[in-house]
Design a protein around this ligand. Sequence first.
Ligand code: SAM
Ligand code: SF4
Ligand code: FES
Length: 340
Amino acid sequence: MLKIIEKAKIEHNLTKSEIIVLLSDNSINDILYKAADSVRKEFVGDEVHLRGLIEFSNICKCSCKYCGLRKDNSKLERYRLSKEEIINFAKKASKYGYKTVVLQSGEDAYFSAEIIENIIKEIKKFDLAVTLSMGEKSFQEYKIYKNAGADRYLIRIETTDKNLYEQMHPNMSFENRLRCLDDLKKLNYEVGSGCLVGLPNQSIDSLADDILFFKKIDADMIGIGPFIPNPNTPLSEARGGSFELALKVMSITRLLMPTINIPATTAMETLNPNGRIIALQSGANVVMPNVTEGDYRRKYEIYPGKICVGDTPNQCWNCIGAKIESIGRTISNNYGFHKK
Ligand code: SAM
Ligand code: SF4
Ligand code: FES
């Protein structure tokens, strides 16, 4: 077991069966986390990149079975920020010191390529890197955003098990998800992907495939989060993912992809009050604090127990800054692009 971790630390390569061995044995977890932390330190250093998250619409035309924003959830109070509000939140984020904003939403058809193009152009005036996370779009739409100045795009594969993917995503296809990732690469985006850990019927075998998939597509960023059941979805009775297993998938990803950006995800902190700090000490080097203001945070209820719903952007900036400094790490003052 220790030999496998040593090999990963030096060669940044593992076979599928080696990954399965690591994922299946919990006696080595602390050694695995430490190995990932040392690879993180060697390749991407002690800086933590903060990305300010703007949750600009919770309206979605999709029905992903795990997600509280799915269109069939009639209990959710829907909202959509105006163009001015989005630009204003980005402007404030840059004043706090963020170097990147992430525009995230459900798949909301109201936001045409033209509207998004316009918003990106305005936000670029604040000297911010722009990351988008708005789901599946056409090549042409991705191209319009890129030409407007978007730098990165996040779209998780969620699971590489095609059968499970199609069970979880009614009326969506695994091939189209792959097409999106491929188009984004072709358009020279920094591409972020990732998976959910703990979906019903997800096997350890398929999590190993997920990790190898991240490497195969040469992703620039990988976000891994535990699946947290939402009572207003068809998966309300599911068990959900564990913090430890999500952390292990993240640590192994760091060992195999030493230079990429890896966020300590909000879902991890939802399951463990110190989750983001533990993740930062187990391979992660990015945090995405919320910069959305007011009641919108509460309404962007992907899963229950989401952190920071009652806090302001100022509180989050101070809170996460203090936590990062308390573990001897520093907040980066650059854009934090992936250096290969
Ligand atoms: N609509 C865009 C998309 O799906 O890519 C962006 C917004 S979506 C809410 C962002 C991410 O939330 C998804 O990629 C998914 O992994 C995660 N998510 C959704 N429901 C979740 C749940 N119940 N537990 C944990 N993460 C969840
Ligand atoms: Fe919509 Fe994204 Fe949620 Fe799926 S995961 S329902 S696409 S917001
Ligand atoms: Fe939001 Fe701690 S990051 S309150």
